[in-house]
Structures are given as C-alpha cells and as structure tokens.
Design a protein around this ligand. Structure first.
Ligand code: G6P
Length: 367
C-alpha cells in the first residue's frame, strides 16, 4: 500500500491522529483577514449564495451524519430552510423542489452509487445549482457538480470514516457561514464562527491527548452487547456517528437517540448492562440534557458523559470525560474525536479487524 502505517497499529488510529493536520489543510487558503473567501466554492458562487432560498443535502453513511449537523448550522446561522436526506431514499421518491433550492451532496469517495444516482436525478429537477463536498478531486461526483468544496483529508484507508467526517464538517461550516454572511449574519456571530474554525486544529490536538484515558474507559465496554448514544441539537448526529463507529468496528449493537426521545421508547431498555454515552456541549440545551441523564441514572443506567469543561461540574455520571470549550460551531467536531477513540479501543480490545470490518466496503459503488 502506498500509505504507510508508521508508528500506528492501524490505519484508523493513524487517521484519527491526522485530524489536526487534515482540518488545518481543509482551512488553508480559505479564510483571509477573518473572512471566508466566497470564490473557494467555484465561479459564480457569490451570486448563487445570494440566490439560495433553500438547501437539500443528500449523502450516505457517515457523510449523511455530516449533512445532519450542517442542517442545524444552515438554519441557525443563515435562516435558510435545509433538509438532509439519505441518497437511497431520495432517489426513489418524488421530492418537491422549490425555486432557489441548492442541491448539496457530501461524499468522501465521490463514487457512492446512490449519491451519484441522486445527483444525476437532481439534474432533471429545477435546482438552482448542484454543489459537492468531496475528498477525491477527480471523482464522478465532483465532475457532475457546478460548485465544489474539497475536503483535504488525504487518503482514508480505514473503512470506518474518521478524518473524512471531521473535514466534511469543517467544509460544511465554511459553507454555512458563507451562506449566512450572504443572508446578513451580523459581524459578531460571523467573526466568532470563523475564529472557532481557526482554533480547531489546536483544540483537536488537545482532545487527542485523552487517548490513554479513553483506552482505559473502553475496557468497560468489552463484554457489552448493546450501547445507547444520546445527544441534542448538533450533538444528536454526533451521537449517531458515535453509534455507527461502535457498531461498524466492534460489532456491539449501538443506537443513537435524540435525548428528548428517551421517554418515548429507549428508556425501557436502560439497565446496568446497557451503557449510555452522552455527548453534551455547553449550549442552550445542556439543562434539558442533564435532566434526561438523571432519568437514565434513576433507572440504574451506567452513564458515560463527554462534556465541555464549563458544564462538567456536578454531573452525576459513572465517568465524565472533559473536552475543551470550543464554541457552538466547533463543538460537534470536537465531541466526535473521543467517540472515534472509544470505538477504536473497544474494537481493538475485542480483537476485531479494525481497518476492515466484516461485510463492509470503503466505497459502495453498486446499489
Ligand atoms: C461506506 C463507508 C462509509 C461512508 C459511506 C458513504 O458505507 O464505509 O465510511 O460514510 O460509504 O461513502 P462516501 O464515500 O459517499 O462518503
């Protein structure tokens, strides 16, 4: 293989540790003087952003989770209606496309069959334009898209996506902020968002120092058969991504729920045999999440919380892992890292094939 493992035992671990550089590379040359350069999305991007009245995001797997996070950003910052949908569903229904809708695909490989088919279908619908966030420059999805923002994660070998996901989030944050600016986002929120992105590589490097702590925590999961991941807001898709990573490589059945849905079903499953993992930044939803977590504790659930340093105090959990406070846009990116490390260490300790999990492919080019 052209890509060397170096000091790492697996590609997945190497790729997790490459994230500060991959994120810095994805930001490189895209911000100048505290502003996101609009031309990075392609020619005519300035006009297209100004004309965008809605966004339809289409993707599969981990890339779909990145789209779900972006949906919160686009509506919150730009005030533009946004949906995020799985490509295999989108391509077989009859979506209604209003005037001024931008079609946005997200794909690491640029070759996923369902995403590519959805993109081809979108050509026949009255979209304003087609845009792609992708990691492979010469891919089919890039070729078929008018606007493109490349993630610069470099080759990703591990089947479980790590650095491709966080760089997708960075690209989508750049897009959300640029769109928001075109829609009149105020100076303060805009500059704060840009600063959060600029500080990300340093914050990610800080979180990677938790490796040993998380490795030890992973021992608690070795004999488990099920796990429940909880989050709210942008951290709900982060929880979904955490659950996907754990099931993909450790074969532990894992599910993610929006914490507010706990009472509508999953609470019935909670007992001492099913660990509950909560990801919580310090945002306006923290108090609501804390009360959800108390419900878990009251049912004998064993709770592991990954929280921002400003809210860790007084949290009643079996284990609290503290993350740096990074701001509302950076937080879902930061919170993803410990969940990647957790699934990696659980899988290694269970002795599975981390880089090549059974039955899965890196790129799904057939339906
Ligand atoms: C496969 C991979 C995932 C990936 C998904 C979508 O399932 O194992 O890691 O998220 O395909 O792939 P794409 O290349 O379109 O992002």
């Amino acid at each position: 293989d052209a890509v060397e493992l170096g000091e790492y035992a697996h590609y997945m671990l190497k790729e997790i540790h490459e994230q500060p550089v991959a994120v810095a590379d994805t930001l490189e040359g895209r911000i100048a003087g505290g502003k996101i350069l609009t031309q990075i999305f392609g020619v005519d991007a300035e006009r297209l952003l100004a004309d965008t009245q809605a966004v339809h995001i289409i993707a599969c797997g981990t890339s779909y989770h990145a789209g779900l996070v972006a949906r919160y950003w686009i509506e919150q910052l730009a005030g533009v209606p946004c949906t995020a949908e799985i490509a295999s569903e989108y391509r077989y229904r009859d979506p209604v496309v209003r005037e001024g809708t931008l079609f946005l695909t997200i794909s690491q490989s640029g070759e996923t069959a369902d995403t590519l088919a959805a993109l081809k279908l979108a050509k026949e619908r009255p979209y304003l334009a087609r845009m792609a966030v992708c990691n492979v420059p010469e891919s089919s999805i890039v070729r078929e898209s008018a606007l493109v923002l490349m993630t610069r994660a470099g080759p990703e070998i591990g089947v479980a996506s790590t650095k491709a996901f966080t760089t997708q989030l960075v690209a989508l944050a750049l897009f959300s902020l640029a769109l928001a600016r075109a829609k009149g986002l105020d100076d303060e929120r805009y500059s704060d968002g840009v600063r959060q992105l600029e500080r990300l590589p340093g914050h990610i490097a800080e979180v990677l120092k938790l490796d040993e702590e998380i490795k030890e925590l992973a021992e608690q999961f070795i004999g488990k058969h099920h796990a429940l991941f909880l989050g709210r807001g942008t951290h709900w898709p982060v929880a979904m991504e955490g659950a996907l990573k754990l099931k993909e490589i450790s074969y532990i059945h894992a599910e993610a729920y929006a914490a507010g849905e706990l009472k509508h079903g999953p609470l019935a499953l909670v007992d001492e045999d099913m660990p509950v993992i909560a990801v919580a930044p310090n945002d306006r939803l923290i108090d609501k999440l804390k009360s959800n977590l108390e419900e878990v504790r009251a049912r004998g659930g064993v709770l592991y919380a990954f929280v921002d340093e400003t809210v860790a105090h007084g949290l009643d959990a079996a284990r609290v892992v503290i993350l740096p406070a990074s701001g509302e846009i950076a937080a879902p990116i930061i919170s993803t890292i410990p969940l990647q490390l957790l699934s990696y260490h659980v899988a290694v300790q269970r002795g599975t094939d981390v880089d090549q999990p059974r039955n899965l492919a890196k790129s799904v080019t057939v339906e």
